[in-house]
Every structure is written in structure tokens, then in C-alpha cells.
Write a protein that binds this ligand. Sequence first.
Ligand code: ARG
Ligand code: ZN
Length: 861
Amino acid sequence: MATDQQNRQAKSRHDYQPPAFLIPTIDLHFELDSAATIVSSVMQLRRQTAGAALKLDGQHLKLLQVLIDNKQLSDAQYDLSGESLTIPDVPDAFELKIVTQIAPVENTALEGLYMAGNSYCTQCEAEGFRRISYFLDRPDVLSEYRVTIKAAAASYPYLLSNGNKIAEHITADGSRIVQWHDPFPKPCYLFALVAGDYDLLEDNFITASGREVALQLFVDKGQAHRGDFALQALKRAMRWDEQRFNLEYDLDIYMVVATDFFNMGAMENKGLNVFNSKYVLAETATATDRDYFNIESIIGHEYFHNWTGNRVTCQDWFQLSLKEGLTVFRDQEFSADMGSATLCRIDAVKLIRTAQFAEDASPMAHPIRPESVLEMNNFYTVTVYDKGAEVIRMLQTILGKEGFAQGMALYLKRHDGQAATCDDFIRAMQDANRYDLSQFALWYSQSGTTQLTASQQYDAATQVLTLTLGQSTAATADQSVKKALLIPVRIELLLSGNEKQSHLLLLTEYDQVFSFNNISNEPVVVWLEHFSAPVKLQQQSSDDALLHIAAFATDGVARWDAIQQFWSRKVAEVIAGKNAQHVLPPKLFQMMQSWLRDPGDDKALIAELLSLPDFETLAEQYEQIPVDGILSALEQFRQIIADRLQSDFVSCYQQVPVSAYQYDEASVGNRRLRALCLGYIAFQHNSQQLLQAHYHQADNMSDTIAALMASQQAQTDTFKALLADFSQRWNSDVLVMDKAFGLAATQPSEQVFTSIEEMQSHPLFSWKNPNRVRALFSAFSMRNPRQFHSADGKGYQLLQYAVAKMDAINPQVAARLITPLLSWRRYDESRQQAMRNVLQVLADSSSLSNDVFEKVSRSLS
Ligand code: ARG
Ligand code: ZN
């Protein structure tokens, strides 16, 4: 590592101390100015710890004044070293006034108060409030906020903050002054301020108890027609939380602001959500089915945080999964109820099997409740969020839907208005159900992916079926010893004559045997039905049994899973040199053919059943990832399927009904299956016309993208022409151009390097906008395995260039970009060398952010 003057001190979960002072009220006053905003903060403080000095967090602040009980402090009375303001000698209860100056226009990190184009916007989670004013910037200090905002009235018609608006007026000199009051005490990470000129969409919602809530959605000028879907989704989410968990909204107004400058998806600030515009704005011509799905689920997610996150928040940031895992679980349940539950689950499983398993196997491995953190922003991870959601889902599987709901009710009743811990949550679930969850709680402290082994034995004479389960978890970068977890394993027994049985097995030991009597014939066992636990399954079942499950299991997820396992096995055989001819059983083709000929009602599921696993899923099944082997086996199998079922793909494509665009389950399924067929058809030489027709006849973005992707993956000449047309047509629409950037960056050919170069000089590309950078570079590094892992190391160098450039602008985004490089140890010798070289170049740079430093140093150590 380069010499390092900064103090980089990781924090440990076990070092938690309650705050030395509380701040029950805060009165904030903003005079907005892009280069010199003045922030006055008047707080009431109360001592909790005798003798302690007051130490407030602050970053990039210019301190103008400090007053205690209206008396200004001299420089000698406080200390401003490091990133804090320390006042050694303060009374037990007092008023503290602090005046600071900040420069939003210089804030390219997009944390704290920053400019989003001409608007002002904030992002305070996790530790952004300290860039606004000196404060106890930690989630267990809850305050009642009053906020006054002043800005030029003409340019800033809307000055927003949390809670209820209590006053608004325009001064003689043309300033607008607006005052807000949020009656619910909250940690500062939930504070928000927005100022700008927007199009406003309004609606209202009547809660179950009959209160009227005003709904307001603020979008960039000219975008109003793209806001309606999000607003309707919000109402569906509000109703759903009432019906499923008995939870009502609590303020009289709920505001959502969409901005194109945002580090993440969205933020649940109390009463004033801020969203990445990509997760709000949608119309048929610009948004895919996937976009609509994401909008509904993220609108739901942020709304559900109002209870799980805001009313009950986190004691410290190590507890992040308390609100995030739980809220992801809630949004998944919501999405499942709004559309295809099977497809939702398949998407969630894919994410765990790719990014989460990869994280567990990486130098950044951590439990869903991390133990040690240098930069908190690095822990907004698939482990905390999505494995966290799986842990909650397992609780529901074990306790039942009803028991789980009772646990939730007790948790919220006990901790409303508090900053709680994961242990508090477990305790509430345990108490409400009188169920001992002490072993289950290990899921919070243990990292890594557990391997589950499963086998069966049948004794025809006694009619006893014996199932044997085993678990083991390999050491991870952060933890060497692993205990046995409580793992809920749902199974289905497929007996002859269409007889089926369902069971829930609770595995608590390393090895355990389960016996079933009166089983009249040897069944095919569906293991881990519906992915009942986030583990890797090793099963003995034959190829035949897997295909049988794919055809007959009750659960659509299990059917998809079986065929995925089947393909993984085929790919592994080819890589091991055991099937050089890529031979596949006739039964497979018969089954695929029957699906194509008679897809039935669930066409989206059929499309999934006909898909090969993606590279990332397969990669996670190997300790050393055979990049070229996986890619080439996939390519071969894809071509074989495309050739063998050519006419079936064409006739299915023609038979699936096409109607004017609507976003509903059936139409989504139709489009998905047609796109799947098109994807295979594209591998035939004579497919150009069909691809062009699909593109030109599309009345919606899903079909447009389907044509582009099919022609891109099959490396047809058509692709270049279609992408040029697409980029031309949408060259002034940022959100759609992001799709063009993504398509350019995921071309499987070497052409990708030139295209990425060209796209960087596109008028809409900007290094200061995370959406643009992610569209180009995350797409390349995470969804273009062939070129990212290009044997000459060019892909790695390109990513290093992007990370270095981005780290100086926006460390949080830079640290996310770097992820695929961290696992360099899992590749072959020459790739290892090439990846390590670029990591070393980054490590040697003198000015790394904590964000990137934490990851690079863990990876190289
Ligand atoms: N709480 C937000 C959400 O889950 C995400 C905030 C991310 N913040 C961050 N600093 N990484 O919806
Ligand atoms: Zn969240």
C-alpha cells in the first residue's frame, strides 16, 4: 500500500457504546447557495454519560460559529482536529448552536447536500449528514426536526423536507422560505432536503382507518407523463402493507422525488423518499417489463421502510440487515402478490446464486450482520440485503406465515420509536411463537455459503424412505470456524401415479437422517423446494430424475431449479472432458419441444425452463473458475438447442399472441417467451429479417430490447445497425441512452472496447452521473464475461481506468465498480496475474478513498 496519512480505522460491532449525549430536538436552517450554503443548527442536548466530552462528527464543513446557551465559544473552547468537533466542557443539558458553510456544487460524491443538475438534493444514509452539519451522526440518536429552507423563489418553487409543511412565504427580496416539521423523532440518516423546479403529480390514499394521505410525486420538468405507474404502485404498496401486516401510513403527506443523480436505487427518508429516476419514470416506449417490475418493487421497498427502518430503526450500522433484509423480504412478498410469484422467486434465487455466493467466496465475505467495517457504504451489499432477506424468509418458513406475522407485530409494538438490534428482532419472533431460535440466530453471525448434501435410500420391503442430509460451510476470508446451522429444507416426494407429498425438514446437525414410513414406491425427491434456504445443494439424483422434476414438480421454482442443475452438470461434464461431443438425452429435447408446442398459461416460466444458466451462476460452482470452459460449453449447448429445435422456436414465436402493450402477468409472459424464441432463432443464418422486423414492429421497449439483445448475443451484423438506429432515436433521453450504453458494453465481441471508448464521448455520458457510469462500466465488468476476462487483460485494465477515474469523483460508486476484480484468486494463473497487477496499481495510488482502500487492501492481503 502507498504511504497512508489518513487514519483508516475500522470499527468493530463489539465496540458499541451508547451515545454520551442525546439530541431530542433540532432546528435546522438552510440558506441555499450552490457554492456557499449556510446551515444553522440549533439543538437541545442532554448528557447520558457523566464526564464525557461532546464529540460531533463533521466532514468537508467550514465552521462559522459555535454557541452554547447563546454564548459564542472562542477557538480555545473547542477542538476541530480530524473529522470532528470536540467540546471538552459542556453542561448536562444545554442548547447548542452551530453555523457551518458548505459547497453543494463541489459535492460530486453525492453524499450530504449536493446539486442534481439545477436542483438541490440530499443523501444522508449512512453517514452523509456529517457533510451538512456537525452532529452525532449515528442511527441511535433520534431527534424531532424542524427545518427552514430559504432560496430564490423564482428558481425554486419547491423547497421540501420531511414531515408536514407548516409555513411558506415569499420575502420582499424574492426569497421563498418554507418550514417543515416532522413529529416523528428520527436519526439524521433519514433527514432529507430537496429544492428545485419539478413537474408535480398528485393523488391521495385513504388508509384503512379512514385517514386521507396526500401523495406527491416530483419529477424533472417534462417527465410527468412517466410518473403515473410509480404513483399507482405506491398506492398498491400502501394497501398491501395494511392487508398483509396491518401497517398503516402515519403522516398526512407522502412525497417522492425522482432525480437522475443518485448513488443507489432510492432512499426512505421519512415522508420524503428520494429515488433514482430510473426507478420511477416509465412509459411504454421507454421502459421494459423489467423496469416496470423494478419500479413497483422499489417503490414498495421504500414505502415499507416507513415501519421497518423508520418507526423502528437500527441501533448501529452493523444492524443494517435488521431494516434492509426485512424490507427486501417485504418487497419480495409484495411483488410476488402483484405478479408472478414464481418469477419473483426465480429472480431472487439467481441473485443469491450469482452475486451473493460470489461475495461469500470473496475477500469481502461478511455475515448479514457484519463484524468489522471501515467504510459503511461498502456494506450495502447483496449479503446484508438479499441473503438478509433469505434469512427472514427462512424464519417465515419455520414459523409459518401466521407465526411470522405475530412476531412482526410484537417486534413493532416493543420497539416502535426505538433504535433496535437484530437480536431484538429474533427475540420478538421467539417470544411471539414460543420457539427457541438460538441456533437459528447463527445465520446472523456466520458468513459463507453452506453446502448441503442430500441423498435418498428406499427399502421396498419395509416401504421406508430414508433421506440423509449433511451440511458444511467452508472457511471464509473473515471467519475460519463454522458451526451447524438450522436449515429449513422443504421437499416434495414425487411418487408414481401422480401422488405427491410435501414435507419440511429441519436440519440442525452436521449430518442427519429423516425417515418416512408407508411410502409405496421409490419417489423422486425434490430437494430445497422453492429454494427454502440460501445454500448450495449437492444431490445424487440422476439426470432422469432432474428432468422428471422439471416436468412434474408442483413448484415452478423447483422445476426451473432442476433444469438449471441438469445444465450445470452437463457443463461440468464437458469441462471435465467427459462429454466432448456435447451429447444430450433425447428426453430433454422431447420435453423442450412439448413446452414450445404447448406453453400453457405460464409462458414466463416456460421461457425460464428453456433458458441455459448464465455464466455467473455456473462460475459460482467452481472454486477455480474455468472461464473459457464455461463460456465454450454454454455456446455449444446453445447452438445445439437452437439447431435441434429450430422449427419449434419459429412456430412458438409465431403462435404466442401479440397485442398492444400492457404491463400485466400474461402479457409479460408472452413477451418473455417470444424473446426467448427470438434469442435462439438469432443463431440461425437466416434470422436477420426476423430480428429487424421484431425491432421495427415493436410498440414497446421490452420488444425493442429483445431484438437488440438477440442480435447482439448471436453476434449478427444486424446488431450494429440496430444499435446505431436505437442510439440515434434516443440520443436526447438519458434513461434510454443508459440502455444503449449497456448494450454497447455487453457485446461479446472485441468490438466492445471501441464501442465503450466511443460512448464515453457521447454528449449524454458524464463521469459525474452514477447511472451513466454504471450503465457503461458495471455492465461491462459484470455482464460481459467474455471480454471482461479477455486473455490479454484488456478488460481488467479498462475497469482499473474507470475505478481510478471514478474514485476521485465518487468513491461510493468506484468501490462498487471494483467488485469483480477482488476475486482474482479464483481465476487461472495468467488472469490472476493480470488482475493482481491492476489492483496493485490502484493500491499504489496515493489518494485512495476509504471505500476503495478497504476493498483493495482486503483483496491483496
Ligand atoms: N436505505 C436505502 C434503501 O435500501 C439505501 C441507502 C444506501 N445508502 C448508501 N450509503 N449506500 O433503500
Ligand atoms: Zn432499503
